[in-house]
Design a binder for this molecule. Sequence first.
Ligand SMILES: NC(=O)c1ccc[n+]([C@@H]2O[C@H](COP(=O)([O-])OP(=O)(O)OC[C@H]3O[C@@H](n4cnc5c(N)ncnc54)[C@H](O)[C@@H]3O)[C@@H](O)[C@H]2O)c1
Length: 254
Amino acid sequence: MADLLTGKIAVISGAAHPRGIGRAIVEAMSANGATAIGTDLAGAEGLDDIRGLACDVTDAEQCESLLDDVIQRHGRIDILVNNAGVGVGAADFMELTERDWEISLAVNLRGVANFCRAAIPRMMDEGGCIINVASLAGTGAMDSIPACYTASKFAAVGLSKQLAAQYAVNGIRVNALCPGSVVTQMHQQSMALLAESHGISVAEAQALEDASIPLGRSAQPEEIGKAAVFLASDLASYVTGVALPVAGGMAPGL
Ligand SMILES: NC(=O)c1ccc[n+]([C@@H]2O[C@H](COP(=O)([O-])OP(=O)(O)OC[C@H]3O[C@@H](n4cnc5c(N)ncnc54)[C@H](O)[C@@H]3O)[C@@H](O)[C@H]2O)c1
């Protein structure tokens, strides 16, 4: 990779899992010269490997104190990637519980808002870049995805656009990054749901998924990492307020 982010200080949420998208973003940004600080829930698998910092994004105070810590250690924050997310609930809307709705909105929407609220005042002087990892399911309805997930990701896209409009004048770019199908632990859950709702095996569900992707396969997390580097870099200096699909040509539904 090139040195697209030399000297930049980046914070990435939900970055612990060794095969997760957040970890891949940390690695891609580091490979491009950034100081990339991963955060995740305390005790999350893999957090120690990246010398990550504990932060529950549903707790606004934890987001504030984490960024205080980053500013104290590094003097600034240039890039925030809100990647932490949850995929919970059944494919059937009527089976969704109160808890499914609560946790989906708490992490996928309010968690993003909490971290943006903490970061924006600290980016005001010199500008910055926020990337909210939403989903292709934040741009259209998709087969067997829980409605609470789709709704929360649409909300994250809407939040990104509103913030992009408000803070463009301060030199803060805000974009949503919308992966389609990426091979991670969350992907295993969505394949299980797809299999269940079609009455097929998980392997058949993956084949069904592959057939719906023009590039013919799910992405590897590293491919989302590269897109995040692009959005954070000067290559995207005139890109704000977009919901960028990184989905192998997969099309959202309605
Ligand atoms: N895998 C896919 O196919 C896919 C597709 C579209 C969008 N996404 C999105 O990409 C992001 C990363 O997902 P992934 O597939 O790498 O799954 P993942 O489960 O590996 O990553 C999610 C991370 O978020 C963390 N997290 C959950 N709740 C948190 C909280 N309250 N505070 C802080 N961290 C918390 C988890 O510990 C985990 O490390 C998510 O926002 C997800 O919705 C994934």
